[in-house]
Design a protein around this ligand. Structure first.
Ligand SMILES: [Zn+2]
Length: 273
């Protein structure tokens, strides 16, 4: 077990109440991490930030490593990642809706190293990624957390209209097959070699997308997602106001003039050739 306050010279901070609110860069903190798991974190962070267009960050906030509870945290063999801070940018994990491409780029590379990654859609994990190595790096259709990730990238990176429910069914399998064909990766996804290639290519594509300017139509879609999460009464009122805005002649003329999507096809071609 080692006591560390940085990994690869990235400072580790703690930002949870009462003193340091979630989403801030918090305060420097010592974390206890089991030796071999620390090595894995070093390798994984190196890979993530070597590919990330924002480069190496200054600070990572963590809600904990060694925690007195069941599972890998009990041995200092798990890491809860709350947020990442670069000089002029930040990724707060519970801001997923607004930073999908960057979030999924980072997660794709994390998944190459950690068999278990619990993300935004997994119950109780909207505000952090949990990573550990209690299971091997591969894709199992029966894994809810792995299927959440797969469906998130199918929808938010590859623009397939898949339902994100963590359950692999005929629709998820069909879109997966389509995307694998487009990326020229052998199927099935359940073969480790194919899955690793998918993670690598998807990470690179997501990072490239994260560099593009966000399209107003995407921002509108994000707004709709946020509205749908409101309590019923508020949802109704906000929806009415938004619809009145959208059907206004001037607004609708403007919206119809916006090109629908970023050029995902070009980006795929650049990454796979
Ligand atoms: Zn955890």
């Amino acid at each position: 077990m080692k006591k560390v306050n940085a990994i690869n010279n990235i400072a580790l901070h703690y930002a949870r109440l009462p003193q340091y609110p979630y989403g801030t860069s918090g305060k420097p903190y010592d974390f206890y991490i089991e030796d071999s798991f620390l090595k894995l974190l070093e390798t994984a962070f190196k890979d993530v930030f070597m590919h990330c267009p924002l480069g190496k960050p200054d600070i990572i906030t963590s809600a904990g490593t060694l925690v007195g509870k069941a599972g890998e945290h009990g041995y200092g063999k798990a890491f809860d990642l709350d947020a990442i801070f670069w000089k002029d940018h930040q990724l707060i994990t519970n801001n997923y809706i607004h930073q999908k491409e960057l979030y999924l780029g980072i997660e794709s590379f994390l998944r190459k190293h950690f068999g278990l990654v619990l993300n935004y859609h997994y119950p109780n994990h909207t505000d952090h990624w949990h990573v550990d190595s209690s299971v091997s790096v591969d894709y199992n259709e029966s894994s809810k957390s792995e299927t959440f990730y797969l469906q998130m990238v199918l929808k938010d990176i590859y623009q397939k209209p898949v339902v994100i429910d963590g359950i692999s069914g005929p629709q998820t399998r069909r879109f997966t097959k389509e995307v694998f064909g487009r990326l020229k990766i052998d199927t099935p996804i359940t073969t480790k070699k194919n899955y690793l290639k998918f993670l690598d290519i998807t990470g690179k594509i997501a990072f490239k997308l994260s560099e593009e300017q966000q399209n107003p139509l995407q921002l509108l879609e994000n707004l709709e997602v946020v509205i749908n999460r409101l309590p019923v009464n508020d949802k109704h009122q906000v929806n009415e106001a938004l619809n009145a805005f959208l059907v206004h002649h001037t607004t609708s003329t403007w919206i119809n003039s916006i090109q629908p999507h970023q050029d995902i096809e070009n980006i795929i071609d650049t990454v796979i050739t």
